[in-house]
Design a protein around this ligand. Sequence first.
Ligand code: B12
Ligand code: SF4
Length: 492
Amino acid sequence: MRILLLRPSQETYQFGLAPFFQTEPLGLLYLAAALRPAGHSVTLADMRFERRSIPEILRESQPDLVAISCLHILEAPTSLRLADQIKAYNPKIFVALGGHAISAYPKAVDLNRSVDAICVGEGEALMPALCDAIAKGRPLDTLPSLLLPKGDGHFQATGVQPGRWLDLAQMPLPDRSVVARYQKRYCCLNYMPMWTMETARGCTYRCNFCSVWQLYKRTYRCHAPEQVRADFEATGRNLFMVDDLFWADRARSEELGHTLLRSKERKNLLLVQTRADLVTENVDLLKLWRPLAKSFDIFFGLESHTSPGLNSLVKDADINKTVEAVRIARDLGFGVTGNFIIDPDFTEADFQGLWDFLDEHQLYRVGFTILTPLPGTYYFEKSKKKIEVFDWTQYDLHHLLWQPRLGPERFFELYCESWRRSVLNIAGKKKWWQWLRQVRLRDIPRLAQILARTQTLMDPQAYLKETKLLAPRGLTPVSESSTEGVGALRGA
Ligand code: B12
Ligand code: SF4
């Protein structure tokens, strides 16, 4: 079969650093690697960079099946629009929709009549089986992990139980040839081009805001060390390892570290994501891994500046570990980056406490996202009663979905003040000329663009303009009161 893999773009890039974090669609690269040996011809279009329209892409690739990957729920509206465009072009093309966010919340596809199958979970076994069944004209309701249209706009699971979890140790390497035409454009801030790879999948923890553990049912599986080494060697100088839980398995991480060190390959930048407690418990592993790259950044899910705050997010962590992990990572020469979650329930004192914590521990290379119940999580179901906004384009963790305790105006003033304390504020601690010293001459225009854009992260009016909340009873709607300051909201 001829198969087209599609990575959707998203509706708007209003907030956040999304335009400067554009990485390879790794899930689709694994699908390409699974489909080609089965004899299928595979092409990929990354709509974040495409100038060609969908009809032009379809004309060129002539697919029998299009597989759309929806990783983030905020990409659901564009994913569905792509499905509609494909069917409008040729109703005979089979449209399969999968990916993390849709797997976690297939309901987001309800009432769409262009999707022929919703694919839940990992695609390496499912996609070849689906293509095989379609090619041979076999009924699809014998396949596991699928939801098929019922005819009334809704979808129904086939009910066939999936087999055991895939053995990642047996999995072929991702096929990067399908993104060769985009490779130069993949980036993480001023690091460009950027590659991504995976050494392990899943997470055994249970943070309430996160959809990863709920989808993978708290499993954690690893690729074989020699395969990881081959992938490490196949990727370029800047590498983001997308694992959610780096250094989780001590013995395996030690073996993997030694395996990679036996390779001659060293990176300019290596970026990994992990938890503070995995750093404090694995100092020797960090020492072992450090020589693998010139710059080695750890992205921590810092989430809160207090232990009760961590508890409320079910992080199963202690704030002392955060402090210790930051110190250890810095002492060993790692770059410390991370993210804090701002709860709409924050008081003025909570914000002040956060800023004091940032100052005390010199945490300025951090971001701030708004606590957002992601569809497919228990937390989403629990929060449904108070959620006022079900427009998925607002689920980028930079929008309010319900009334914050302080009212939207004051909330965004303080939220923006948090961003102003980060290194991205060119009027703040790190001046723009200090940034320039850190980058190559040819990267300066790009850095200037990034810094210019990030200044909107610090402008409360920009957020208020976008806010779709209902006005609290008796108060002036936010959009009308936005120039009048806090008084208008308090006037009720
Ligand atoms: C890498 C990554 C990114 C990259 C982008 C990657 C990309 N190519 O687009 C960057 C860093 C830019 C990013 C940004 C954000 N991210 Co992100 N990201 C991830 C991360 C860590 C890994 C994804 C990955 O590559 N996995 C590995 C591959 C192999 O898995 P996969 O993509 O799921 O693909 C498999 C299956 O899903 C399936 N499959 C995929 N497509 C299809 C299609 C078909 C037809 C079939 C059959 C199967 C199939 O098969 C694949 C192989 O098994 C995930 C966490 C996670 N574990 O998923 C978070 C995650 C997806 N991100 C998340 C979030 C919240 C964000 C941000 C909003 C964060 C922020 N602070 O701003 C932004 C939003 C970006 C934006 N558009 O504005 C959440 C999403 C939650 C949700 N339900 O929406 C996740 C789950 C993290 C979390 N802990 O909650 N992200
Ligand atoms: S936030 Fe990180 S540690 Fe928590 S469940 Fe998700 S992936 Fe695991």
